[in-house]
Design a protein around this ligand. Structure first.
Ligand code: UDP
Ligand code: MG
Length: 309
């Protein structure tokens, strides 16, 4: 009998814990048909509400439900890693607690794995119910990162995917601190089947993402999967050097021909402002990479587990 593990990162999802379980159970027919056993790993990412007690209550009814509780909020990426480490399944799925990742897709995803795919991933094809400005920035982000990064980041890809054991082990071997899962899932390669579905609104509660949070996450993604900003900074520096050289020649020749009337200090101020601005920007870009390197070399654990059952 093969084992299917489901990993559910939860941050303040008390109303969704049972809903998710019930929905998963409604779709469990395919487990029996395929002679599959299951285990559910709820990863409590430092929730402040009743998430932990809800999972405990479930666990008394079904011992196949497991709980891993973090000592504080470490973020969804850490929760996914903790779940993947704990899962013993031959197949492992990552799913949101809020039912935005419908368990009804699991049989189809499992079918593709049987056909020889290593993982079945999902992407939403609509951004219905999302503020238009957010969709606009999301699209810009995907265009930008796919232009500058060798790793393909699929537009609208969700973390919801079903993986076979080799894929899980490959992802676990990527133990970097700055985890951008969308990139890591793609970076490890393997034969991936993409399933598309319409965006589904959250069952209960609210999204944990603010606009600013998403913006910073996007920057993290770019820094984690591309070094193009560093090259752009270097090229900008080069362009300004060439420009400066041409201007020096021009000023020198002009002074030789027309003498040296003291003129043009407003333009000088503008140039100084512009160039020092570009300098600071480029130092900032380098700083971003340095900061990530700093966090990486500290080798802090990705998460701290408070309790596990
Ligand atoms: N989540 C988490 N830690 C966090 C934020 C979110 O484990 O710090 C979980 C959350 O409980 C949910 C999933 O990650 O199960 C997706 O979060 P959310 O629904 O807020 O994101 P969205 O679906 O809007 O992208
Ligand atoms: Mg959600």
């Amino acid at each position: 009998m093969k084992l299917l593990s489901i990993i559910i990162p939860c941050y303040n999802e008390e109303e969704n814990i049972r809903c998710f379980y019930d929905e998963f159970m409604k779709n469990r027919a395919f487990l029996q048909e395929n002679d599959l056993d299951y285990e559910l790993y709820y990863i409590d990412d430092g929730s402040a509400d009743g998430t932990v007690s809800q999972v405990r209550a479930l666990r008394t009814e079904d011992p196949k439900v497991h709980l891993i509780s973090f000592s504080r909020n470490f973020g969804k990426e850490a929760a996914i890693y903790a779940g993947l480490s704990a899962a013993k399944g031959d197949y492992v799925a990552v799913m949101d607690a809020d039912l935005q990742d419908p368990p009804s897709l699991l049989p189809e995803m499992y079918g593709y794995l049987q056909q020889g795919y290593d993982q079945a991933a999902t992407r939403r094809v609509t951004r219905k119910g999302e503020p238009p400005i957010r969709s606009f920035f999301a699209r810009c982000f995907y265009r930008l990162i796919n232009h500058y990064s060798k790793t393909e980041i699929v537009d609208g890809a969700r973390d919801f995917r079903l993986m076979s054991r080799p894929v899980v082990d490959a992802i676990l071997s990527v133990s970097e601190y700055n985890r951008f899962s969308k990139g890591i899932f793609s970076w490890v390669g393997f034969k991936t089947k993409w399933l598309e579905f319409e965006n589904i609104e959250r069952a209960h509660g609210e999204t944990k993402w603010s606009f600013w949070g998403l913006f910073l996450y996007a920057l993290d993604g770019i820094v984690a999967f591309s070094t193009a900003p560093l090259s752009i900074a270097a090229v900008t520096g080069l362009v300004f050097c060439i420009l400066a050289f041409v201007m020096i020649l021009f000023v020198f020749v002009r002074a030789l021909i027309f003498g040296d009337p003291t003129q043009g200090w407003p333009s000088l101020v503008c140039i100084i402002l512009l160039v020092s601005g570009v300098q600071l920007l480029c130092i900032g870009v380098v700083g971003q990479y340095l900061a990530k390197t700093y966090l990486e070399v500290k080798k802090r654990p990705l998460y701290i587990i408070k309790e596990e059952e």
